[in-house]
Design a protein around this ligand. Structure first.
Ligand SMILES: NC(=O)c1ccc[n+]([C@@H]2O[C@H](COP(=O)([O-])OP(=O)(O)OC[C@H]3O[C@@H](n4cnc5c(N)ncnc54)[C@H](OP(=O)(O)O)[C@@H]3O)[C@@H](O)[C@H]2O)c1
Length: 340
C-alpha cells in the first residue's frame, strides 16, 4: 500500500477510522446532476485517492443501487486503502422513480445491508449510515439492528444522516455513532441549531454533505434555469429556481472577493469555510464534496490548506441567513423539520 499524505488525516469519530479530512461524494456519478462521463468519473475516484482522499460516500438509493455497483471495481482495487461509506433507509420503487419511502425497521435494515454488500462486492461496510430517520421507529429498534450488524462483522462503524442533536444523543445511548452526515455549507446552517453541538459533545465526527450547496456556491448558476440540463434534479430545488436563484447568485459576491484575495476559486472558499468549522466548533469535520471531474479533485482538496481570516469569516457570516428558498422541496426530509 502506498503512503499518501497529501491532505491531513483525522479520526472519524471517537474510535472511528482514520480518514483524509476531505472525502468524495459519489452520488452525482450515477444520478441527480445530469449526464455523467463514466471514464471521467472513474478517473475522479483514482485522482481523489491519489490526493489523499480516503472516505468514499455512496448510498443504496443513489441510482437505486447503480452507484454502489459503479463503485465496486474501484473498491475491489483499493479495498484496504479506503473507508467505504454507504447508507440505507430511502426506499425506491422501480415503477415510480420519484417515490421515496423511509424505512427504519429491523427486517428492512437486514435486507438492505445484504443488498449493499452484494452490489459493492465486499464482506464488510466500513461506515453504515441511516440515511433518514423514521420518527415512528424507536432508535432501540433501528440503531439496535445496526448494532447487530456490527456484532456480526457486516459493518464496522455506524452513522446517521439528518438527525437533530436530541436524536443523536438518543441514538448514541444505543450504540456509539462515528459520524453524522448532514447538509452544512455557507448556504445551509440549520444543523448549527442542535446537531453540531451534540456531535462535538459526543465525540461524533461531522460529515457535511453538499458543502458546495449542490454546486451553487461554485458560482456556476447565475441563471439556474439556463444552466441546468433537462433531467437535472436541481431544477426542482427551491434555491435553484426563479427569483430565488437570482437572489442567491448575488450572495456570492463576498465569496468571490475572498477567493480573489487567496488566488482561489469560490468553490475552494466554500470548502475552506466548512472545513474551518472544525476549529470553530471543536469537532472533526470531513466534508464530502461531489465531483465527477478529475481536474476538480486537486482544486477541492487544496481547499483543506486555505485558512480564512477573522474578517473574511465575518464577511461570510450573514450569507446563510439571506438565502432564498428551502434546501429541499419537501423539508420533512430534513432534520430541520424536527428541531424544537
Ligand atoms: N446524506 C444525504 O442525505 C445526502 C444528500 C445529498 C448528498 N449527499 C452526499 O454528499 C455528496 C456531495 O453533495 P452534492 O454532490 O449533493 O453537492 P456538492 O458537493 O455541494 O456539489 C456538487 C456539485 O458541485 C460541482 N463541483 C464540485 N467541485 C467543483 C469545483 N471545484 N468547481 C466547480 N464545480 C464543482 C459538481 O459538478 P461535477 O460533478 O460536474 O464536478 C456538482 O454539480 C454527494 O455526492 C453524496 O455522496 C448526501
Amino acid at each position: 500500500m502506498t503512503e499518501r499524505t497529501t491532505i491531513e488525516r483525522a479520526e472519524l469519530g471517537r474510535g472511528g477510522p482514520v480518514v483524509g479530512v476531505q472525502g468524495l461524494g459519489c452520488m452525482g456519478m450515477s444520478e441527480f446532476y445530469g449526464d455523467t462521463d463514466e471514464a471521467a468519473a472513474r478517473a475522479t475516484l483514482e485522482a481523489a485517492l491519489a490526493a489523499g482522499v480516503t472516505l468514499f460516500d455512496t448510498a443504496d438509493a443513489y441510482g437505486s443501487g447503480a452507484n454502489e455497483e459503479f463503485l465496486a471495481p474501484f473498491v475491489a482495487a483499493h479495498r484496504d486503502e479506503i473507508t467505504l461509506a454507504t447508507k440505507f433507509a430511502l426506499e425506491r420503487r422501480a415503477d415510480d422513480p420519484a417515490y421515496r419511502g423511509i424505512r427504519n425497521d429491523r427486517a428492512y435494515i437486514r435486507r438492505a445491508v445484504e443488498d449493499s454488500l452484494r452490489r459493492l462486492g465486499v464482506d464488510v461496510i466500513d461506515l453504515y449510515y441511516m440515511h433518514r430517520r423514521d420518527p415512528a421507529v424507536p432508535f432501540a429498534e433501528s440503531v439496535g439492528a445496526m448494532a447487530e450488524l456490527v456484532r456480526e462483522g457486516k459493518v464496522r462503524h455506524l452513522g446517521l444522516s439528518e438527525v437533530t442533536g436530541a436524536e443523536l444523543r438518543e441514538a448514541c445511548a444505543v450504540h456509539p455513532i462515528a459520524a453524522l452526515q448532514s447538509e452544512w455549507s455557507l448556504f445551509s446552517r440549520d444543523v448549527e441549531r442542535s446537531a453540531v453541538g451534540a456531535a462535538a459533545e459526543l465525540g461524533v465526527a461531522f460529515v457535511p454533505y453538499s458543502p458546495l450547496g449542490r454546486g451553487f456556491l461554485t458560482g456556476a448558476f447565475a441563471d439556474a434555469a439556463a444552466d441546468l440540463s433537462a433531467g437535472d434534479y436541481r431544477q426542482h430545488q427551491p434555491r435553484f429556481t426563479g427569483d430565488n436563484a437570482k437572489t442567491n447568485a448575488a450572495l456570492l459576491d463576498p465569496v468571490r472577493e475572498i477567493a480573489a484575495a487567496h488566488g482561489a476559486s469560490p468553490a475552494q472558499i466554500a470548502l475552506a469555510w466548512v472545513q474551518q468549522r472544525a476549529a470553530v466548533h471543536g469537532l472533526t469535520v470531513v466534508p464530502i464534496p461531489g465531483t465527477r471531474k478529475p481536474e476538480r479533485v486537486a482544486e477541492n482538496t487544496a481547499a483543506t490548506r486555505i485558512t480564512l481570516t477573522g474578517p473574511e469569516l465575518a464577511l461570510l457570516e450573514p450569507i446563510a441567513g439571506r438565502v432564498a428558498g428551502d434546501r429541499y422541496p419537501d423539508m420533512t426530509f430534513s432534520s430541520a423539520a424536527r428541531e424544537e
